[in-house]
Design a protein around this ligand. Structure first.
Ligand code: OSB
Ligand code: MG
Length: 383
């Protein structure tokens, strides 16, 4: 990665606690989300350049231990000090050194990644280049997919899948849990034939006999992959499962960094990795995991991001190592109105265009941000 050093000193950083309603509640095996919370991070430099980032974690610790509140605490009480100390010494600090200074704080990958994303956006604005060129973009548009939550009614799920297929989406991911699996897939296959289809269990299964029998029976649906079937710490159990089924296992919740990714692929605990930049501590590591896995082994997941994180994720997928359609759906799948302009739109062939302008390449709708802001804190940097 080139262009990793700040050009002008940072003058301030603002953290915005943000909550916007979702059009549809999103239900997984671990809970329901009716709103999307995010911490928007806005960094300003001495020349007035802005860098926008997003910490995109869930409200409750069901997907991982981090929540919006823990991320706020870690950012305000620890990461901010690391940043101000380092930039006081070197106002043109290398962003990778700032990230290195964060490694004193264990875990809390989403909290770190949000700040990192704003720093990449800032440096690309300072250099007047697209974030894509920083992340090694080769593509101008990417094919995308959609992740559909657990529904109470199978007919409704079938209808929703149909409407996403009509919109051009390339790949359908459905959330499953015990009791909402085989019969659902059998119906989906009979309605829609050989569409690109996968499932995500968010750790809802174990290797007990009745669950293993179900997981084995899913092979006949020729899924692209089964995402995170077992508990997030059960690497060995995922390896045992992969040895028993044809369907590639994909890990999401279990992977927090490059060594986790290396271990899980090398020991065949999984064959594919869902990379969420937040979960692995940022875009630099996301790109490193992409390089290690290579095309066909990795793809970019999502956390129902608002426009800022969603655009960052698009740029990640403009890198050649990301070939499998991911979870970066159009803005209208989540929100009445996204906070960026133009909104992210999926064309009728299921592609999303990658912006070309400097930094994020889109405008940020500050009025809409203000409308959904719960609180914000701004810190000035002193030199
Ligand atoms: O497991 O991939 C997941 C959303 C929130 C938390 C966890 C997950 C998801 C998704 C949705 O599947 C992906 C998206 O549309 O952003
Ligand atoms: Mg998942």
């Amino acid at each position: 990665m080139k262009n990793t050093k700040l050009v002008n000193p940072i003058s301030s950083i603002e953290f915005i606690d943000f909550e916007i309603p979702l059009i549809h509640p999103f239900r997984t095996s671990f809970g329901v989300e009716n709103h999307k919370q995010a911490i928007i991070i806005k960094i300003t430099d001495s020349e007035g350049n802005l860098g926008w980032g997003e910490t995109s974690v869930s409200t409750a610790p069901g997907y991982c231990y981090e929540t919006t509140k823990t991320a706020w605490h870690i950012q305000q009480d620890f990461l901010l000090d690391e940043m101000t100390n380092l930039t006081a010494e070197d106002p043109q600090a290398n962003i990778l050194d700032i990230m290195d200074s964060f490694s004193k704080i264990r875990g809390h990958q989403f909290a770190k990644a949000g700040i990192e994303s704003a720093l990449w956006a800032l440096v690309s604005m300072q250099k007047n280049i697209s974030l894509g060129s920083l992340y090694g973009a080769t593509k101008h548009k990417i094919p995308t997919g959609v992740s559909i939550g657990i529904q109470t009614d199978l007919d409704y799920l079938i209808k929703r899948i149909g409407s996403f297929l009509d919109l051009g989406y390339h790949r359908i991911k459905i959330k499953i849990e015990p009791g909402w699996d085989k019969q659902v897939l059998s119906r989906v296959r009979s309605e829609y034939g050989d569409i690109l289809l996968m499932v995500d269990a968010n750790s809802a299964y174990t290797l007990k006999e009745s669950h293993l029998a179900v997981l084995k029976s899913l092979d006949r649906f020729e899924l692209m992959m089964i995402e995170q079937p077992l508990h997030h710490t059960d690497m060995l159990m995922h390896k045992k499962l992969q040895a028993e089924i044809e369907t590639p296992v994909c890990l999401d919740e279990s992977i927090h960094n490059l060594p986790d990714a290396q271990l899980s692929l090398e020991f065949d605990c999984c064959r594919i990795i869902n990379i969420k930049p937040g979960r692995v501590g940022g875009y630099y590591t996301a790109l490193e995991i992409g390089k290690m896995g290579g095309p066909g082994k990795v793809w970019c997941g999502g956390m129902l991001e608002i426009g800022i994180g969603r655009i960052h994720n698009l740029f990640l997928q403009s890198n050649d190592n990301f070939t499998i359609p991911g979870d970066t759906s159009g803005s209208s799948r989540y929100f009445q109105q996204d906070i960026i302009s133009p909104q992210i739109v999926v064309d009728d062939k299921g592609y999303v265009e990658i912006p070309t302008g400097p930094s994020l390449g889109v405008d940020i709708n500050q009025n809409l941000i203000n409308k959904f802001t719960r609180k914000s804190v701004k810190t000035d940097f002193k030199y």
